[in-house]
Design a protein around this ligand. Structure first.
Ligand SMILES: *Cc1c(COP(=O)(O)O)cnc(C)c1O
Length: 382
């Protein structure tokens, strides 16, 4: 190899002048704690764009999920079903609320929860289902809604990766009873660390405001609905700081532009890697008809772990930040404490060992995209 190009990361936030301007404006206003004018403006923007009744900004998606699980007001032993192939936050939120995570397997084509397996795991104790929209590709919400309505089960969408993506025209995070979204650095729309809690149920939103405000009715006090504020129930501190809301306000306006840029890169990868797919060296992600994705992740599935690791090493040696993703939660040390064992979810395990994520972010240049594809094709020729 002649000259080493600079390292290409897996993801990189898109930073603009407007973010800086908003931040300056926020700092000079002197209002830095949460629930200020930037926070309200972003909440309004989400409610309008997503045709949603209530958006509450939070310090993270993890915290929005915790608000949702606390709002279940479940009893110990109540169960929440989620895929094993997800981030730890989804399962932690269930444990934090004192409930029991029950894992299910995934569909190998979408890497989202396998609804047939989900159905088998519903019991009298099932309090909620937590669909995780992997890569910003919607779960099969039609069937999940059907199951939940039939059995009176609450749906909490983990839409951490799903900003701007849709299921049958409905924005992810607004379809279930409650939804959670992330604005972490690595997501499509960012503010460093941050999240949002969504619901169309006013009673849930009112309780969520109390949980977010350390268990007080401060929000009602600020709205003039009570004359002093007090501790009314168990809560925590889940408000997004105002400087982060200021950054998020500028990012929000770029949502469609960012997602469109990501789509172009997705299309480029797909077109260029078609040949390897036809030779069955790799499988490309499948997008079901009911889904409008936001191109949060571009992943390929290799034939086995050995080939995945070999390609990952090849790319990394050439300064390309390709990486694997989740280690299934059921076979983790904490998953084993919950009584699970390796082998319990064969599809999650197989996909985890075969999956490789490629760099995907709005500022990934055409030259970098071509270089990445070329190195994958070089590897396949070896
Ligand atoms: C990123 C992510 C989270 C956590 O989001 P934070 O905002 O970092 O707390 C939760 N679930 C999934 C599926 C994620 O991808």
């Amino acid at each position: 190899m002649s000259k080493m190009p600079p390292f290409i990361p897996l993801s990189k936030p898109h930073i603009t002048e407007k973010m800086l301007e908003n931040l300056k404006q926020c700092l000079s206003s002197g209002k830095l704690s949460g629930d200020g004018s930037f926070c309200h403006r972003v909440e309004k923007k989400f409610e309008e764009k997503l045709s949603l009744k209530h958006a509450l900004l939070t310090s993270s998606c993890t915290h929005a999920l915790e608000m949702a699980t606390l709002l279940l007001e479940g009893n110990p032993g109540d169960e929440v079903i989620l895929p094993s192939f997800t981030f730890t936050s989804s399962a932690n939120a269930i444990l934090v609320a004192g409930l029991k995570p029950v894992f299910c397997d995934i569909d190998p084509t979408t890497l989202n929860m396998d609804v047939n397996d989900l159905e088998k795991r519903i019991t009298k104790k099932t309090r909620a289902i937590m669909p995780v929209h992997y890569a910003g590709v919607s779960c099969d919400m039609g069937r999940i809604l059907q199951l939940s309505q039939h059995q009176k089960i609450t749906i909490i969408e983990d839409a951490a990766q799903g900003v701007g993506a849709k299921w049958k025209g409905h924005y992810l995070g607004t379809i279930g009873h409650m939804g959670a979204m992330s604005f972490h650095d690595t997501k499509n729309v960012i503010c460093g660390e941050g999240g949002a809690f969504f619901t169309n149920h006013t009673a849930l939103a009112e309780k969520a405001e109390v949980i977010r405000e350390k268990g007080t009715n401060r929000k009602q006090f600020l709205k003039g609905q009570v004359d002093k504020y007090t501790w009314v129930q168990k809560g925590s501190s889940y408000i997004l700081a105002e400087p982060l809301a200021a950054i998020l306000d500028a990012q929000f306006d770029l949502m469609d532009t960012i997602n469109h840029k990501r789509k172009q890169i997705d299309v480029f990868y797909r077109t260029q890697l078609k040949e390897l797919e036809q030779k069955e060296v790799i499988a490309l992600p499948i997008i079901p008809d009911y889904c409008t994705p936001n191109h949060h992740i571009f992943h390929i599935l290799l034939r086995n772990e050995k080939e995945r690791n070999s390609l990952m090493d090849h790319l990394r040696q050439r300064q390309i930040g390709a990486t694997f993703h989740y280690l299934p939660l059921h076979s983790s040390p904490q998953g084993k404490k919950l009584g699970y064992r390796e082998g319990d979810f064969p599809i999650s395990e197989a996909c985890a060992t075969r999956l490789l994520r490629l760099p995907l972010f709005p500022d990934l240049t055409p030259a970098e995209q071509s270089y990445i594809v070329e190195e994958i094709l070089n590897w396949a020729r070896l």
